[in-house]
Design a protein. Structure first.
Length: 313
């Protein structure tokens, strides 16, 4: 009977190791929150981003006009400057600029959120599998990642969106097309980040404890390892939202993104290009919206990185 003592003792200590790992994860969350609160610029970024999200969600309630409505009183006088009736003025078709900015926020932020969700899911799964199993699996998955990283993103986006738009007769596909194409090409950074985290986490004591308890690989990856790698994923996803907003605006500006009459900040800039000298506000306000939103998200990402990343503390 004495020969069974040490293994039993080890098995009894295994759940304690997992519990200690979960306690460490909980404590790190509280520490990260305290560090984040001290990052004043990041707090300002959160406030600005909250305002943008509120405007996007409730645009149909707070917008003064329908974004496609052409005011009969102003259709004979397009590109009107800001007045009481139209606070920020009208565009080249007599549509209210403020209303189109509000609805454009909905499109730009929605595209960014869905795209980042897609790229995080793809990148996290590929990076987790590569980092956990290593060896041949890691080698081939990383070579696939290198192939995607070597592709210039914007030229390929222009080609793919142009092909889809030319072969499709449904204008509503532009939203789905942009989400799928950008999300399907932007995951390698997340995959490399998750792989690097898993290469370290798979050697930790709580991972060995989970294996000794008989957990399957899928449960170990998604229940034990991935929650401990979520902090850098959140930081990267936050920064990628800003990149996606800029990319979508660039595509729309070049005429391959969200198609009119649907309002987005990018196509509003494209429509304003020919009128910038006589009505600069039609380009200034969409550009400011992009600038302020991207800066707010970048400051938020910097604050999260300083709070979560142990190398930045």
């Amino acid at each position: 009977m004495q020969g069974y003592g040490p293994p039993v003792q080890r098995r009894m200590n295994l759940p304690a190791i997992e519990l200690a790992a979960e306690h460490e994860f909980t404590e790190s969350k509280h520490t990260a929150w305290r560090r984040f609160r001290r990052h004043k610029i990041a707090i300002v970024g959160v406030f600005v981003l909250f305002v943008m999200i509120f405007v996007a969600v409730f645009a149909n309630l707070i917008a003064p006009f329908n974004p496609d409505f052409q005011d009969p009183a102003w259709t004979g006088y397009p590109l009107a400057p800001g007045m009481a009736h139209h606070l920020l003025g009208t565009d080249e078709l007599g549509r209210d600029l403020l209303s189109r900015l509000m609805y454009g926020a909905r499109i730009s932020l929605t595209v960014a959120c869905f795209t980042v969700i897609m790229e995080v899911l793809i990148g996290a799964i590929i990076g987790a599998i590569a980092g956990y199993y290593g060896g041949v699996v890691d080698f081939w998955l990383m070579r696939l990642t290198d192939v995607f990283l070597s592709i210039p993103l914007l030229p390929l986006l222009l080609v793919l969106t142009a092909i889809v738009e030319a072969t499709s007769t449904k204008a509503s596909l532009s939203f789905l097309t942009i989400v799928v194409i950008i999300g399907g090409l932007s995951w390698p950074t997340v995959a490399r980040l998750v792989r690097a985290q898993f290469l370290t986490l798979r050697e930790r004591e709580f991972t060995e404890a989970a294996r000794a308890l008989g957990n399957r690989d899928g449960r170990i990856i998604f229940r034990h390892l991935l929650p401990n790698a979520v902090a850098p994923i959140i930081v990267q996803a936050t920064l990628d939202i800003a990149n996606v907003i800029t990319t979508e605006s660039t595509l729309s500006f070049l005429g391959y993104g969200i198609q009119p009459p649907t309002a987005s900040w990018g196509n509003m800039l494209a429509n304003a290009e020919s009128n910038m000298t006589i009505a600069p506000w039609v380009a200034i306000f969409p550009g400011l919206c992009i600038l302020v939103t991207v800066l707010a998200i970048n400051y938020l990402g910097d604050g999260l990185r300083d709070a979560i990343d142990p190398n930045m503390r």
